[in-house]
Design a protein around this ligand. Structure first.
Ligand SMILES: C[S@@+](CC[C@H](N)C(=O)[O-])C[C@H]1O[C@@H](n2cnc3c(N)ncnc32)[C@H](O)[C@@H]1O
Length: 362
């Protein structure tokens, strides 16, 4: 028995329990707007903070106690006040944009809701279907928009050679597994000469995408309820996106083959997927690796298995992604990224023109 190792592990376990608990508190701080209220506020009592946020003091005081104990908020016992240091608020508020980590803390509580069903799947097999996560689409839309709203036009489109020019002239674009469609609506607004189609199997998400498009007054975007494994579109798209939408598919190979068939020759495909290696041991130094594998177990892998799928998992990784893209017929696969989004790989590829393809296969 190595006592030092044992003591170190006790410390690790305590950190794990406290981290899980504090994630819930951070999620509540986000949902109630408490972090936004406290950012830039002078040291204040729980009563003053509760009043500023329009919340119940007793709950706010308990929340402040948890986050003070967790080192997120600072407390002056003599004055009876609390303050959110500016060094911390930059990771906790809506104003922080893509740096706001509390958006992601919401996943912990969301996933906790299906824990018993996941436990049952450990015993009996199968998985937990998408409709068991009623808030998933809302949280997903919020977190992906937070990440993409600032970078989609300025950093993502420039990764695709010539895309800005072609989008400005007018091309056909698809987003498969578009969720609530926020990325596509942003693109449709920026490129009025192009035509955009979003596909997703979730009717509620497609409805939200349509309402947002209507609110934005867009007439160059449409959203279609469609199973990505049966896309069955003619070769009519010049540019296709999938944002975080391949790894939780039941049938990712069918999806990729369908995307390939739906593209014009020479068209570009940007597949954005969680940054990971396909080998566990190469992911262990990733800061968010425990979170990535947890989200996978509790959502991405299990939703796929629920429909008799492949269960790729969130960290299916770059190597397997390249293999699957190649099998589907894509060429010139290049793995890139943006400074604003360090958690994802941007896999850029192309559908070859027929003459080129036959020359390489002869
Ligand atoms: C992780 S979410 C990503 C959503 C969106 N692209 C984003 O970045 O916010 C994956 C999306 O794939 C959709 N999806 C899952 N299985 C699907 C299927 N068989 N056909 C079409 N969409 C599917 C889900 O409804 C969900 O909106």
């Amino acid at each position: 028995m190595d006592r030092e190792k044992s003591a170190a592990f006790l410390k690790n376990m305590t950190g794990i329990m406290n981290g899980g608990a504090l994630s819930l508190m951070c999620s509540i701080g986000h949902k109630t707007g408490l972090f936004d209220t406290m950012a830039g506020m002078d040291p204040a009592t729980s009563q003053e903070i509760a009043e500023a946020a329009g919340l119940q003091e007793r709950y706010v005081r308990e929340w402040l106690s948890a986050l003070t104990a967790g080192g997120v908020i600072e407390h002056d016992a003599d004055a009876g006040t609390f303050v959110l240091p500016s060094e911390h608020s930059g990771l906790l508020t809506r104003a922080s944009g893509p740096l706001n980590l509390t958006t992601y803390c919401q996943y912990v509580s969301l996933l906790g809701q299906v824990e018993d069903e996941v436990v049952a799947a450990f015993r009996e097999g199968g998985g937990v279907p998408y409709d068991r996560y009623p808030q998933f689409q809302t949280i997903m839309a919020e977190s992906s928009f937070q990440r993409l709203s600032k970078s989609l036009l300025s950093d993502v489109i420039p990764l695709l050679e010539g895309a800005h020019e072609r989008l400005s002239e007018g091309i056909d674009v698809a987003d498969v597994g578009c969720g609530s469609g926020r990325a596509l609506n942003l693109l449709a607004q920026a490129y009025p000469n192009s035509r955009f189609t979003g596909f997703d199997i979730a009717e509620a998400a497609i409805e939200r995408a349509r309402s947002e498009a209507a609110e934005m007054g867009l007439d160059n975007v449409e959203f279609v309820v469609r199973d990505a494994a049966a896309l069955e579109e003619d070769a009519r798209f010049d540019l296709v996106f999938t944002f975080d939408a391949v790894h939780d598919q039941a049938h990712p190979d069918r999806m990729l083959t369908g995307i390939h068939a739906a593209m014009r020759e020479g068209g570009q495909y940007l597949c954005v997927e969680p940054k990971a290696s396909s080998h566990l041991h190469e992911n262990l130094d990733m800061a968010m690796a425990p979170m990535v594998y947890t989200i996978s177990t509790m959502h991405c892998m299990t939703v796929s298995l629920a429909y008799g799928g492949e269960g790729l998992g969130t960290a299916w990784g770059e190597q397997l992604a390249i293999e699957k893209l190649t099998t589907a017929g894509f060429v010139d696969i290049n793995v890139s990224g943006t400074k604003q989004d360090r958690g994802n790989h941007y896999l850029i590829s192309r559908k070859p023109v027929v003459a080129e393809h036959s020359a390489t296969t002869v």
